[in-house]
Every structure is written in C-alpha cells, then in structure tokens.
Ligand binder design. Structure first.
Ligand code: NAD
Ligand code: UDP
Length: 313
C-alpha cells in the first residue's frame, strides 16, 4: 500500500484523484487550505480509514512520510487566481519549493499539475511541449501563468541538481462534476446560466477556442504519469485535442439543457488566449493514453451535477 499526498485534494480535480487513489488501494492524505476546495467534495471519503484530511497551506513547509506527492494546490479559475494574485504566485512558487523539499527529504516521487497557460496566448497552433510560449509577464493572468512556469523551472532544477524524481503534466481545460457553480470558468458559468435560463455571457466575439477534457480522462492520465519509470519527467500535455469555439460551446450547452437562454456578448478579457489545442502525441506514446469522453457526453454528466446542486438551494 502506497502513502500518497494530494495537495489541493479537496478541489475539483484533487477530489476525483483522491477517490481514484483510494479505490486503487492506496492510503491518501488530502492537504488543502479550502480556498476554492471544500470538505463537501471529499465528504464521501471521510469514513474510509485510509483517507486523511489535513488543513494546511502549501506556502508553509510540511513534514510527512509519503511515497508519492501530487501537487495540485493552486486556484485554477481566472476569477479565483486573480482575487489575490500575490497569494496565487506564492502558492505556485513557494508551494513548489516546499513540496519539492519534502519529496527530496523522504525520497518521494512528485507530480506537478502544470497548465496549458505556460503557452500563454500561443503563436504556435496546436501546442506541442517543445513550444516555449507567448506569455505576458506583467498582466492580470501572469500571477498564474508565470507562477506555474516558475514551478516547472523549480521541478526541473530539483531534478537536475538534487535528483528528485519529478513528473510534470501540462493540463489543458478540464471540466466535470464538483466544479464550483461560481467558479467563473466557462463550462460552469454556461451550464449554470443555461439551467437558470439567464443570459449566456460570452467574453469577446466567441471565436476564441478551447479544447475540453472530461475529468475522468484527466485523472487516468495523471495516475498513469505517476506510474511511469523515473526516466520519464515530462513535460507532457494532457487534454482532449477536439477544439471548439466558445460560441459553439454556448450553443451546445443551450441545446443539451433545452434552455431559453440567449447569448449575450460582453467585452473581451485582457490577455485572453485566442486559441488552445494540445498536441497529445507524447501522452499517446509514453502513457498509452488518450481521452475517450466526447464533449457532449461529459457535458451531460456535468449538467446533471449542476442540476442537482441548484435544486438543493
Ligand atoms: P480547484 O480550484 O478546484 O482546486 C485547487 C485546490 O487547491 C482547491 O481545493 C484549493 O482550496 C487548493 N489550494 C489553493 N491554494 C492552496 C494553498 N495555498 N494551500 C493548499 N491548498 C490550496 O482547481 P482544479 O481545477 O481542481 O485544479 C487543480 C490543479 O490543476 C491546479 O493546480 C490547477 O492549476 C491545475 N490545472 C487545472 C486545469 C483545469 O482545467 N481544471 C487546467 C490546468 C491546470
Ligand atoms: N469565457 C466566456 N464566458 C464566461 C467565462 C469564460 O466567454 O462566462 C471565455 C473566456 O474569456 C475564455 C474561455 O471562455 O476565452 C475559457 O475561459 P476559462 O476561464 O474557462 O478558462 P481559461 O481562459 O483559463 O482557459
């Protein structure tokens, strides 16, 4: 039985990961400061004797004996990571140092949840891992983008200098049940608006693109990556390469929810990446992984979740 630390374990992706790791017979310690996560996400795991909750902030050092660390702690939606940008960059950078120090001390493997945001507003499309990106270092998204880029640097420096066993995955837009209804991300916003027959808010002209991965597919890839040999460090893109415009997404969600909502165009947000699509050849070759959930199938599950959540209020 492995002892596994999941930072950000009470968040959207973290809670699905904790669930999967427990189901596979591991002991799981879920560390979270509950900024965007909640105990509710892991309530169903609390009776499991191999599950432990730890209220802690990754910007403070931690000392626990573990075999593996998944470092997911960091707010992921623009609304939340821009709420306190100094805290966000500290979470990525100081959090990475603290978790890497722990990995080094106890000899654990450590996986970093990096992001497609390291490519910024990309000039290369679709994005392979070899692309260095086009990132504004001083804009409203920089606390997140540059924080994650610096965390990648720290991971590779701890690997080269101190021989820490690292895994870096670049996660592209992922969605599913347990996203927050007021999270601000496009899928949760559009579904909640559609279910309430409110206007669907498109920022800009809606022709910007994203490629959406269902959470179950993402968790498969994270676990596969952790289980690779020590020579595999990444970075590896993980995402669903099927690309949609934001306008197409709005139309699909209106149709699937049978909503009376109208699309309403609002000013574009600053530095919004205009296109995003992962090249996943590395993930296919190294992890033997590819996503199998089509957007409409994943959206239906997510709509059911929000429908239930809104009916509770
Ligand atoms: P989320 O906001 O639901 O989860 C983040 C979790 O980290 C929350 O539980 C939050 O409370 C916790 N956290 C934040 N700051 C912390 C701190 N200082 N100390 C301890 N815990 C802290 O977001 P998510 O979508 O589940 O994202 C998880 C990870 O995956 C993040 O690192 C994010 O950057 C990365 N990621 C996600 C996506 C996506 O589309 N979901 C895309 C790219 C990268
Ligand atoms: N977006 C939108 N309306 C919303 C929320 C987001 O048009 O209510 C757009 C946003 O401007 C971006 C895309 O949807 O172009 C994805 O936004 P999200 O915040 O989900 O993810 P990210 O920009 O981090 O990829």
């Amino acid at each position: 039985m492995k002892k596994i630390l999941v930072t950000g374990g009470a968040g959207f992706l973290g809670s699905h990961l904790c669930e999967r790791l427990l189901a596979e017979g591991n002991e799981v310690i879920c560390l979270d400061n509950y900024f965007t996560g909640s105990k509710r996400n892991v309530l169903h795991l609390l009776n499991n004797p191999y599950f432990e909750l730890l209220r802690h902030d990754v910007t403070e050092p931690v000392d626990i004996e573990v075999d593996e660390i998944y470092n997911l702690a960091c707010p992921a939606s623009p609304v939340h990571y821009q709420f306190d940008p100094i805290k966000t960059i500290n979470t990525s950078v100081v959090g990475a140092v603290n978790m890497l120090e722990l990995a080094q001390k106890v000899g654990a493997k450590i996986l970093q949840a990096s992001t497609s945001e390291v490519y910024g507003d990309p000039h290369v499309h679709p994005q392979p891992e070899s692309y260095w990106g086009n990132v504004n270092p001083i804009g409203p998204r920089s606390c997140y983008d540059e924080g994650k880029r610096c965390a990648e640097t720290l991971f590779f420096d701890y690997h080269r200098q101190n021989k820490v066993k690292i895994k870096v995955v670049r996660i592209f837009n992922t969605y599913g049940p347990r996203m927050l209804p007021d999270d601000g991300r496009v899928i949760s916003n559009f579904i909640v608006q559609a279910l309430q027959n409110n206007d669907i808010t498109i920022y800009g002209n809606g022709l910007q693109t994203r490629s959406f991965c269902f959470c179950g597919d993402m968790i498969d890839a994270l676990v596969k990556m952790m289980n690779t040999g020590d020579e595999i460090t990444g970075p590896i893109n993980i995402g669903n390469p099927t690309e949609f415009t934001i306008k197409q997404l709005a139309e699909i969600i209106i149709r699937l929810t049978d909503s009376k909502s109208k699309i309403c165009y609002q000013p574009a947000v600053m530095d919004d990446p205009q296109q995003r699509q992962p090249v996943i050849q590395r993930a296919q070759e190294i992890l033997h992984w590819q996503p199998f959930t089509a957007l409409e199938d994943g959206l239906k599950k997510t709509i059911d979740y929000f429908d239930f959540l809104l009916s509770e209020k």
